[in-house]
Design a binder for this molecule. Structure first.
Ligand code: AMP
Length: 118
């Protein structure tokens, strides 16, 4: 996708603070961190979950979860715990359509949905 910011990060066309990469997955620090550890994990391939994932793309989701474990260990939050979430659609506040998971940790994260938003 030509205008996708995460594709540009995956191709290293724009800078990012990369903490993990392999052939299929890239992980980099969120530019607006919401926790002491806030890393985004993306497939290198432009996948849009709201459009559905093909069976051939299912493997990369497993790869992302494996990468998340490695990132959590590297960032020192594997033992203390972390949250892995994917915002989907307007009510979730999704900004970028390219499939991505937020890995958040390094503090008590509290309620999944803040009470004031209910
Ligand atoms: P979402 O709201 O789930 O779509 O999350 C998109 C996330 O991408 C937000 O937390 C943004 O802060 C983050 N983000 C946007 N642009 C960049 C960038 N260039 N580098 C790192 N993180 C970014």
């Amino acid at each position: 996708m030509n205008d996708c910011i995460f594709c540009k990060i995956a191709k290293r066309e724009i800078p990012a603070d990369v903490v993990f990469e392999d052939d299929n997955v890239l992980a980099f620090r969120d530019i607006h961190p919401q926790a002491p550890v806030h890393v985004l994990l993306i497939p290198r391939k432009h996948l849009v979950p709201t459009k559905g994932l093909a069976a051939e793309d299912a493997r990369v989701v497993a790869d992302i979860f494996q990468a998340a474990r490695e990132v959590a260990e590297k960032e020192g939050v594997f033992e203390s715990g972390y949250r892995l979430i994917a915002n989907t659609g307007p009510d979730a506040g999704q900004e970028v359509e390219h499939l991505h998971f937020h890995l958040l940790g390094g503090k008590k994260l509290g309620a999944l949905v803040p009470l004031q938003l209910n």
